[in-house]
Design a protein around this ligand. Structure first.
Ligand SMILES: Cc1ncc(COP(=O)(O)O)c(C=O)c1O
Length: 417
């Protein structure tokens, strides 16, 4: 089927991703596991080899040519990430290993002086474990209370009680922008305004939004936003924390050692400028540079078009899934409230069996709880299968998925209800 109305040229984009030409069990790879990790275009892979082959060196320390070149590329990548999310300054971008580490950095360094016993941390029932488990520890350590915005039946947040959940005791609202297991895009700007109105800080988990839609931290008016490079065409092992300068200025360092200090005596130390104060030790230079290349690739396409492509593809997928009466699809039907994630469950077929069946057709989906066990509890299923889209996915691939699911339903004896 042709995809003429789709707003980006996925066929041309596909040629930039070497892995997409491989086969799996003799079938062309249909990669629908982008919420777990995305593939990397040639430009990103080349940025890594260029660094190692051409100017491998440590940053911020050398006066020699290679070190200065590495430092320039490394800092240009930081500027690219800052530009991409419209941070006021590259100094507000702290390199981390991934979104999880970025969240842990905030959970480690921000609560001191900001969350007192009896204070409340508001989050949602649809958080990835990485934006839940660290706050459970903070709440336990500080005598604070965790409060949750519940999930409504349609997979959006139930905001009927929001004005009592976000109240004068709230110290932090920490919320996922786009859910990895339901696909829901949350009204983070409106919720951030509510949190601000009661004097609370705001953190947004952007792991699934920054790769897929325009995100502007100044417009959202958040104090913190976290992202993972590997979900946005970049390498693994690199992520970032965006933090407002005012917040960073008050926070204790996360890790201590080289690079993050200004002066050291045997008795003590003073801290370096931002952002280095939060980047102890030799950073992940190559992968930061690779993430810079990924950002440039996405910018060249345009994030509005990335989003539009996923809206169209998800709309098409929901239409085709409607043919599969035996399969329940979760998450909102309104495409403006939904990212490119389709989580589904066929009663009587365990998602792992379904995933294995699809794999034999070369179709990669994720099965399991997607690190959102409370969401599975809310949906009343042990796990789901999840197809998640990106710029290189096509309507043809959705057709292959739906056709394979029809075969699976026949194979597992779970034909039409
Ligand atoms: C919504 C969300 N938040 C956070 C994370 C954690 O990302 P990472 O494992 O790269 O740290 C993920 C990963 O799947 C995610 O989907």
């Amino acid at each position: 089927m042709s995809a003429a109305h789709i707003s980006i040229d996925s066929d041309a984009i596909r040629r930039d991703f070497p892995i997409l030409s491989r086969t799996v069990y003799g079938k062309p790879l249909v990669y629908l596991d982008n919420a777990a990790t995305s593939h990397k275009p040639r430009g990103v892979i080349r940025a890594l080899s260029d660094y190692y082959e051409g100017y491998n060196s440590n940053v911020h320390r050398g006066v020699h040519a290679l070190s200065m070149e590495a430092t320039d590329r490394f800092e240009e990548a930081r500027s690219a990430v800052a530009r991409f999310i419209n941070a006021e300054s590259p100094d507000e971008i702290i390199w981390t290993r991934n979104a999880t580490e970025a969240i842990n950095l905030v959970a480690h360094s921000w609560p001191q002086g900001n969350i007192e016993p009896g204070g409340e941390i508001v989050t949602t029932e649809m958080e990835h474990h990485s934006n839940l488990v660290p706050w459970q520890k903070v709440a336990a350590d500080r005598g604070a209370r965790l409060r949750f915005l519940p999930i409504a039946d349609d997979g959006t947040l139930d905001l009927s009680g929001v004005d009592s959940i976000i109240n004068e005791r709230t110290r932090l609202l920490t919320i996922v922008h786009s859910s990895n297991s339901l696909g829901t895009i949350n009204p983070v700007k409106e919720l951030a305004a509510k949190a601000r109105a009661v004097g609370a800080a705001v953190m947004i988990d952007g792991a699934q939004s920054v790769p897929h839609m325009p995100v502007d931290v100044q417009d959202l008016d958040c104090d913190f936003l976290t992202l993972s490079g590997h979900k946005m065409l970049g390498p693994t092992g690199i992520g970032a924390l965006y933090a407002k300068r005012d917040a960073l200025e008050t926070m204790e360092p996360f890790l201590r050692g080289g690079e993050m200090v200004l002066s050291v005596t045997l008795e003590g130390a003073t801290w370096n400028e931002l952002p280095m104060r939060f980047e102890a030790g030799t950073p992940n230079i190559a992968d930061a540079i690779g993430l810079g290349a990924a950002v440039e690739y996405l910018e060249a396409i345009g994030m509005d078009r990335v989003r539009q492509h996923e809206v169209e593809l998800t709309g098409y997928a929901l239409e085709r899934f409607a043919e599969l009466e035996e399969i329940d699809v979760f998450g909102p039907r309104d495409l403006s409230l939904r990212g490119g994630v389709v989580s589904f469950y066929a009663s009587d077929i365990h998602p792992h069996d379904l995933g294995t069946f699809l794999d034999r057709r070369g179709i990669a989906v994720r099965t399991g709880h997607h690190c959102t066990m409370p969401v599975m509890g809310r949906l009343g299923v042990p796990a789901t299968a999840r197809a998640s889209f990106y710029i290189y996915n096509t309507e043809d691939e959705v057709d292959l998925l739906v056709d394979a699911l029809k075969d699976a339903l026949r194979y597992f004896g779970n034909g039409p209800r």
